[in-house]
Design a protein around this ligand. Structure first.
Ligand code: VG1
Ligand code: CO
Length: 546
């Protein structure tokens, strides 16, 4: 065994996006591609100090190329002075479990292998992301430094050791580094048991409450099975599609009503269980479904915030809430009622880390089926599901009753996202540029019965470290609080994805039963008119509506 220095040349385009570097598997399979990015990570971290004993956590969502990537990362970690690596058995660790494990073992950081909700398999996507010692995604100044290194690399360092057996819990060595294969579920399950009233949820299941958790053949299967069926006594078969597969069974592991259509159909059927839920590729997203009702993620955040104290982990109340800019303002209403602050951040979980570390917020959420709290520094799919179970157990109500009760009290924020996927990238850029130029003239203009109160390109100044993120999405806010938001996705791997977000507030409970797309149709038309979306992209309609 020895450490080699291998000459290399930079690859273009290794800039991390909203959540790490995501590319086609075939791109990652080019010789040196993964190695270059991992070298850039280690160069950014710098060599460990004398006697530092640096520990890192490594794991992924089990998609195609996960195991190969882990073997490479282990050999490179050994060449960069890492003392110990904790790896999930089988190379499996959900994104929330990586965050949990980093924090619990006071690790220096972690590497997550996942392209999250993007499809997997040999023709699918792969991804890699670095998380810092608080357990959260590296902030922009670190990912910027990594990108700079990827452009200037001339070599990488790697051990020539053979592969490690990832399937046996226990310890081995590469060079001077200890490789510890750990149970991927244990630390996470223990944390969940401390946050939620497991006795109440157990009693709920014992009383005949039925649930269906669709793991979509992705990473949350083993976690859901252990916790729901193992610890909480849900009947066998509650968790479906629970075996993580390298290609997610050919599916698209994004828990929304479009990609988890099977679950939605089940929840609308005659034999629908009381509660349905699904999670994404890496286990950080969640969808909450009742009988015949899918809960909008923005509503879920607001409902969790309004009811936080039902769960033992939050019985002292919450400090504040943060939501990403495109997420609906339903949570803002709850924050106002509770007299706590509500922060608006750019899209992506990395912007929540400082707020949680500074104890300014307890709960965070995104419209993209992501919810979480300060228990870790990632969004957490199963956590949200357990919160809802805890809530239903305490309240003795159905999902629909909880949601309707919330709307009756706080009003309803009708909300939808329209995605235009794989649009020509230059056309999407041209649309955004033209739109930016129009912004100054929009304020004060009327469109139908809406009048524009504010139109800008969202700029975020982090209240803790004062770092500034610019060009985070176009906001067009109406006088009545309705909003149109437009931005380009930072997680796609084909062309550009245009995301159009729409929100309208309705206080009157007599008008809480309008079909969402109908309720938002005027705003859709206005957005099309202002942005020239059709003209620029040539698209008549969105590819996905959630
Ligand atoms: C999308 C979502 C964003 C989320 C990100 C990562 O980003 O909109 O809210 O944080 O995915 O989620 P974008 O740039 O494509 O809009 V995950 O579960 O893919 O790690
Ligand atoms: Co995800």
């Amino acid at each position: 065994m020895s450490i080699q220095t291998v000459p290399t040349t930079p690859f273009a385009g290794q800039r991390p996006g909203t959540s790490g570097l995501r590319k086609k598997v075939t791109e990652f399979q080019q010789p040196g591609y993964l190695e270059n990015f991992v070298e850039a990570i280690f160069l950014t971290l710098g060599d460990p100090g004398e006697g530092e004993g640096r520990t890192i956590v490594v794991g992924g969502d089990g998609r195609y190329f996960n195991r190969d990537a882990i073997q490479t990362i282990l050999r490179m970690a050994a060449a960069h002075g890492v003392a110990r690596v904790l790896v999930g058995r089988g190379g499996i660790l959900s994104t929330p479990a990586v965050s949990c494990t980093i924090r619990k073992h006071a690790a220096f950081g972690g590497i997550v292998l996942s392209a999250s909700h993007n499809p997997g398999g040999p023709t699918g996507d792969f991804g890699i992301k670095y998380n810092i010692e608080n357990g959260g995604p590296a902030p922009e100044k670190i990912t910027d430094a990594m990108f700079a290194h990827t452009q200037a690399l001339t070599s990488y360092r790697i051990s020539d050791a053979g592969p490690v057996d990832l399937d046996q819990v226990g310890k081995t060595r590469i060079e001077n580094m200890v490789v510890e294969i750990i149970d991927p579920v244990a630390d996470y399950a223990e944390l969940m048991a401390r946050l939620f009233d497991f006795k109440a949820i157990e009693a709920l299941f014992a009383g005949g409450f039925r649930m269906r958790f669709d793991a979509m053949h992705a990473v949350s299967g083993p976690y859901a099975k252990t916790i729901l069926e193992g610890m909480l006594g849900a009947p066998a078969g509650t968790v479906v599609n629970c075996e993580p597969l390298e290609d997610f069974g050919g599916g698209h592991p994004d828990p929304n009503p479009v990609n988890a259509a099977e679950l939605i159909a089940h929840m609308e059927g005659l034999d629908a269980p009381d509660f349905g839920a699904a999670s994404d590729g890496d286990g950080d997203r969640n969808m909450i479904v009742g009988r015949g009702i899918a809960v909008t993620p923005s509503d879920s955040l607001a409902i969790i915030a309004a009811n936080a104290t039902v769960a033992p982990g939050y019985k002292g109340g919450i400090k504040g809430i943060a939501r990403s800019m495109p997420t609906s303002q339903a949570a803002d209403r709850v924050a106002a009622a509770l007299g706590i602050s509500c922060f608006e951040t750019p899209t992506g979980w990395k912007y929540f880390g400082n707020l949680m570390d500074a104890n300014l917020v307890t709960l965070c959420g995104e419209e993209s089926y992501g919810t979480g709290s300060h228990h870790i520094r990632e969004k957490d799919g199963l956590w949200a599901v357990l919160f809802w179970l805890n809530l239903l157990a305490v309240r003795g109500q159905s999902v629909e009753q909880v949601v309707r009760g919330h709307w009756a009290r706080f009003g309803r924020n009708y909300y939808s996202r329209h995605d235009y996927e794989a649009v020509d990238a230059a056309a999407a850029d041209a649309m955004m540029t033209a739109l930016r130029e129009r912004l100054p003239e929009l304020a004060g203009q009327s469109f139908g019965h809406y009048r524009v109160a504010l139109a800008d390109d969202f700029v975020y100044t982090d209240p803790v470290d004062h770092s500034v993120a610019t060009r985070q999405g176009i906001r067009i806010a109406m006088v009545d609080g309705s909003r149109i938001v437009l931005r380009l996705s930072g997680t796609g791997t084909e062309g550009a994805t245009v995301r159009l977000y729409l929100e309208r507030f309705e206080a009157d409970p007599a008008r809480h039963d309008i079909d969402t797309q109908v309720a938002l149709s005027d705003l859709v038309a206005i957005a099309g008119n202002i942005s020239g979306l059709r003209h620029h992209t040539g698209r008549e309609s969105p590819t996905v509506i959630t």
